[in-house]
Design a protein around this ligand. Sequence first.
Ligand code: PMP
Length: 378
Amino acid sequence: MIYLDHNATTPPLPEVIEAVTDCLRDGWGNPSSKHGFGQRAKSALAAARAEVAALAGAQPAEVVFTSGATEANNQVLAGALSRPGVPPRVLLSAVEHAGFLKAAQRMRDFGVEVELLPVDGRGVLRLDALRAALERPAALLSVMAANNETGVLQPVVEVAAAARAAGVPLHVDATQQAGRLPLDFAGWGVDLMSMSAHKFGGPKGCGALVARKGLSWPALLPGQQERGRRGGTENMPGIAGFAVAARHARAAMQAEALRQGALRDALEDALRETLTGLTVFGEGAPRLPNTLFIAIAGQSADRLLGRLERERILAASGAACSSGGSEPSHVLAAMGVPPALAREAIRLSLGRDTDGEHLARVVHVLRSLQSETAVAAA
Ligand code: PMP
């Protein structure tokens, strides 16, 4: 199998599987227990927190373990609106993760004004629109670091400066950037950041909310754990795997970003040369090195993905959560892509196991498909 869907999820690293299993077998103490078994788990938790903080560019005390980025995002939203005296208004980029947008839109039922900030044709947030929106008070601004469909990177530093000037707390969903490109929570000057372990070789169901020291942000799940910021017995096997994945991602990041970026660029060039009617979404914008989101004129995403899978190549039509549905991607819609073209969009997302041979195979299959279609039409 050639797996090109790493933005949906990644295969767990062997070292992660080992850490998770070791924890289940030997390290199953509850970190809140006072006895030796609990204290051992508590030390493991502290060590894991330091690893995740290092990946985030944050301090260990700023890391709150959650069940993933979805929970972290929901904690951000719910917390923003339950802080005393805040205006019932939140600002999100129009290209945030579908689940997060859904959670925000539900807030409308409770009288919250939810404003979606536009992006340009490449998928980059329009800073003029952001500055205009920040002229009125808001409880939260949320802009993702990297988009899950296009891989497009947002100008986080500029966004943070604008948010700070307006006095609006800034949340960055860094789920797709974590482990692929450096994160600099402290340097960026953001208030809150979401991450998820399974996007870079860690286990599913484990993530983190990074919350700036000194920021008081209500818990979504009240309890005594995580210093009152997230109740519930810690998912120690998940956290152990998360930490190992974070350590490996940090060690390999620079080399992998270069390697995958070169492979992705070569794939893009080869497809441009061999196919007619190729669209590359997010073209001209800074993008994650592993992501290529394309359409081939006249080929529906369903047909392309079906053929690729028959050739044992796994890819996706945009966000995993929206594939299968017939609704075209909200990300492409926000970029002004017509629905008919959006229905042709397929995402190829590379990972550590991807090599040049895999991509040569993709080029071959897509080229064959296009020439068969041309013959059939002749
Ligand atoms: N945000 C983004 C940008 C994502 O890509 C994803 C995963 N598709 C999530 C949030 C949700 O993460 P999780 O699977 O950890 O809930």
